[in-house]
Design a protein around this ligand. Structure first.
Ligand code: PHB
Length: 395
C-alpha cells in the first residue's frame, strides 16, 4: 500500500480528497503498519561487498526477531549510493521524499554519510550509520536522531598508534585514500603515535577509489621507515596488500592498518596478508557464546563467513529494536528513542558496548593478526575506547 503521508507530500489537496490527511498525522506516527526502512548502501564499486554484508547482517537480526522489530513488520527501500558523495543528497532524498522512509540505514563511505547526516539532521529523519566512520557524524554533525553502530575513523587509528609505538617503531609512513575516512584514520593514528614519541616520515595519499599504488610503493622503499600505517578497505584493500607484498616490502617494512585492511578480504588476499597486524572493534574467533551464535547463524543463512560489516549491520538492527521498543514503534518520539539507546548496553557479537553522549560506540579495540583465513585476536589494544566526540553539542 502506498504511504498516505507520501500522498500528502505529493499533493495536500489530492490527499484531502482521498480522506487521507488525518491518517498522516499522529495515527501513522504512533507506529502502526509497516516500518519503512531505507537502506542506503554501496551496491556497486569498491565497497560493494561491504554494503551487501551490512544488509545481510541487518536482515539476519530481523529474521531472528521473527521478521519484526518491536512488534512492527518492516518494508525495505534500497538505494545504491555508489560511494559517491556528489550524489549523496539526491540519493537520501529519494528515500525520504519518494519512499517516505521512517529510518535511514547507511552508509559505508564517510563522504556519503556526511551528506546523509546533513539531510537526516535537517529533516529529523532517524538515521543509523552501520559503517561510515566520519568523525563529524558523531562530532559537529551529531543530532538526537543520528546514531552509529560501527566506529569513528579516529578509533582504530588511535589504538594502532599506541600499539606501533609499543612495538618499538620510532618512525612511520602513512598511506591512504585521500578522503575523510583515510585522513581521519591517519590523524587518529598520528595523535597516539606522536604522543608516544613516534615521528611521521611522510603522509602519502591516492585519490579514492584509485588503486594505482606502484609509484607510492617505490617511494616507501626509498624512504625506509620503521613501519607503515594504512587505511584501505574493500576491493582497494585487496589490491594494496597484494601490491605491497609483490613489491617485496612485506618482509622489509612491517605494514599495519585499521582492521578494514584485512576484514572480509582474506580469501582474495591469500598469502600476501599472512601475519599482518591490524586494530579493529571485531576479530574472528572471539569465541564468546554471543559471537559464536551470530557467526553460526550468519554462515548457515548466507553460506559465507561474517565480517565486521555484517556485524555492524546486525547491530544497527539491534539498536533500532531497542529504540523502537522504548517508543512503542513511534519513531517521532526522538528524545525517548535516544534516551533508550543512551542507557542501553548493546549485546553485540563484538562484545557488549554502550553509546557515547554523541551516539558513537564506546568499545574495545582489538589487536588482530592474520593467520590463514582469520583475523585472530592477539589482545585488547584499547579497552572501552570512546571517540572524543569533538565538536558535538548534544550532551
Ligand atoms: C568510511 O568511508 O568511513 C569507511 C569505508 C570503508 C571502511 C571503513 C570506513 O571499511
Amino acid at each position: 500500500m502506498p504511504s498516505l503521508c507520501r500522498v500528502r507530500r505529493i499533493s495536500l489537496a489530492a490527499a484531502a480528497l482521498l480522506g487521507a490527511v488525518a491518517l498522516c498525522g499522529p495515527a501513522a506516527a504512533q507506529g502502526s503498519g509497516k516500518l519503512r526502512v531505507g537502506l542506503m548502501l554501496p551496491y556497486s564499486g569498491t565497497y560493494t561487498a561491504l554494503g551487501v554484508a551490512i544488509e545481510n547482517g541487518f536482515r539476519l537480526y530481523v529474521a531472528e526477531q521473527g521478521g519484526k522489530l518491536a512488534g512492527r513488520e518492516l518494508e525495505f527501500f534500497k538505494v545504491d549510493d555508489e560511494s559517491d558523495p556528489a550524489k549523496a543528497v539526491d540519493n537520501v532524498n529519494k528515500l525520504i521524499k519518494r519512499d517516505n522512509v521512517d529510518v535511514l540505514i547507511g552508509t559505508v563511505h564517510s563522504g556519503v554519510a556526511m551528506g546523509m547526516a546533513k539531510v537526516a539532521k535537517e529533516t529529523g529523519t532517524l538515521m543509523i550509520d552501520p559503517n561510515a566512520g566520519a568523525d563529524a557524524v558523531t562530532g559537529p554533525m551529531c543530532a538526537v536522531n543520528i546514531f552509529r553502530s560501527s566506529f569513528s575513523n579516529w578509533q582504530p587509528g588511535y589504538a594502532m598508534g599506541a600499539v606501533m609505538a609499543k612495538r618499538g617503531h620510532k618512525n612511520a609512513v602513512t598511506i591512504t585514500w585521500k578522503y575523510a575516512a583515510g585522513d581521519e584514520s591517519v590523524n587518529g593514528f598520528k595523535e597516539a603515535f606522536t604522543k608516544a614519541g613516534g615521528k611521521i616520515v611522510k603522509d602519502l595519499t591516492v585519490p579514492f577509489p584509485n588503486v594505482e599504488f606502484q609509484a607510492l610503493l617505490t617511494e616507501i622503499a626509498a624512504l625506509k621507515p620503521d613501519a607503515v600505517y594504512t587505511f584501505f578497505a574493500g576491493g582497494g584493500a585487496v589490491k594494496f596488500v597484494k601490491d605491497y607484498a609483490a613489491a617485496g616490502l612485506k618482509e622489509k617494512i612491517p605494514l599495519y592498518g585499521a582492521g578494514f585492511l584485512t576484514d572480509g578480504t582474506l580469501e582474495a588476499q591469500g598469502a600476501a596478508a599472512e601475519g599482518l597486524m591490524t586494530t579493529l572493534h571485531y576479530a574472528d574467533a572471539l569465541n564468546t557464546p554471543r559471537d559464536n551464535a551470530f557467526r553460526l547463524a550468519y554462515a548457515k543463512t548466507y553460506k559465507l563467513q561474517p565480517d565486521v560489516y555484517a556485524m555492524q549491520g546486525y547491530d544497527a538492527a539491534q539498536m533500532l529494536r531497542i529504540g523502537l521498543a522504548a517508543v512503542h514503534g513511534d519513531v517521532s518520539k526522538k528524545a525517548e528513542f535516544a534516551a533508550a539507546l543512551r542507557k542501553a548496553r548493546i549485546d553485540s557479537p563484538r562484545g557488549p558496548f554502550t553509546l557515547s553522549a554523541s551516539h558513537n560506540p564506546v568499545q574495545d579495540i582489538y589487536l588482530r593478526k592474520v593467520e590463514g583465513k582469520e583475523n585472530k585476536l592477539v589482545e585488547v589494544a584499547s579497552k572501552a575506547l570512546a571517540d572524543p566526540g569533538r565538536g558535538c553539542r548534544l550532551q
